[in-house]
Design a protein around this ligand. Sequence first.
Ligand code: BG6
Length: 488
Amino acid sequence: MEGLTSIVIFGASGDLTGRKLIPSLFSLYCKGRLPRQWRVLGLSRTPFTNEEFQARMEAAVKEFMPEQFEAQAWAEFAPHLAYEPGNLNNVEDFQDLDARLAKMEAEADGPANRLYYLAIAPRLYEATVANLGAAGMIDESHGWRRVVIEKPFGHDLPSAKALNAAVHKVLDEAQIYRIDHYLGKETVQNLLVFRFANSLFEPVWNRNYIDHVQITAAEKVDVGHRAGYYDGVGVMRDMVQNHMLQLLSLVAMEPPASFAADALRNERVKVLASIRPVKVENVARHTVRGQYRGYCEAEGVAPDSQTATYAAMRLYIDNWRWQGVPFYLRSGKALAEKTTEISIFFKRPPHLMFPLPPGARLEANDLSICIQPDEGIHFTFQAKVPDTAAGMRNVDMSFHYADYFGETPIPEAYERLLLDAIKGDAALFTRADTIELSWELVDNILAGWQSDAAPPLITYERGSWGPAEGDALVAHDGFTWLLSCREH
Ligand code: BG6
């Protein structure tokens, strides 16, 4: 019997709950994907009645998912939402919460399952998990208990290790669901389908055919009202440690034998373990750091802040598949456009029998996977220009989600992740070892940035593509950053 699933959201008055969690649950409800018996119990310090909480959530869904809001469905959904004020540092509040949950559970049939979602400030993670344990709320004798933990999981390797150790005191690793919402994105999951459900690409997906790989995660927005959080965190901790390294690991991993959570996670972690650490003495050669003009004037930012809002880097993966293939990563705020793209550049033909105009160079084939916004895949190749002797130019073979799946809106990443956590599928969540390895890589670079060997922090203009040094990093190796998806 399926039983009752209670989703307990800690941090229920916060931004994430209204912006992502409740809209995603509402959408899952409308699609009929939630368990037959389910409840949400929101908790935070602010006192609200159930009705006030429901009204706030209704406003949030209308604001953040206007096209999907439907009054009739909301009227059925809303009574499932309840609220309990509480202090996460107070074990008594957890006991009260447990009693309230137990009362709801007593009225339902079958097992009483609980998903605890930590949508709270990271400094409260440890206390919250400890209090869940102290209040006996992790005990699985009446149903499963799982805890979803948002990013950032730690702010460096020692703090991530300490947090892992603290949560492991209370929870088994199999009960912990560390979220990286990039893994919930449809296009990121499609990367796995593209690589492993087609036989064409895998044979050439290696150093024999691939010249280099570029991963761009550019954002148009600046740090805005999150400046207080962002300062001291910067792009390395905010985007590279999690989202970008996850993208890299999906591009570079070996084919897993199955879609079982650990089969997939084992392969991802092996990639991270094979990335060559950037040594302090090489940090200026392999990395670039930038800060957009005006960043220091934002409220909450130190006037002399050295926080990087842009980073570009060259990484190598020391294994048989990727030896010698550079992976270039770049990410930044206040850039020209919002775009996330992975481009795989293939090697040029070993010999060209066609004459090229003086000074011209044959463009390599490139395969670009557009994660967002215009989701799709592009493959560029050379074609003969009609009515010329041997004129050639790059042409594009494209797949846009909108052309094939136009009717089906791409779901919010949190929908998939929430549902997977409810189902107990951890494939798209991050395991303790992955978190620690990714912090180790990032810490190495950040240590270099703190040292005398650091590359200078370059100021770049808002609305640009970042500092010229970022372009020079790839130009040094004979390449340019390319955003095929934007062009096609
Ligand atoms: C978050 C970062 O994890 O990802 C933000 O903290 C960033 O700074 C966001 O803006 C980007 O996510 P998305 O889905 O908009 O690409």
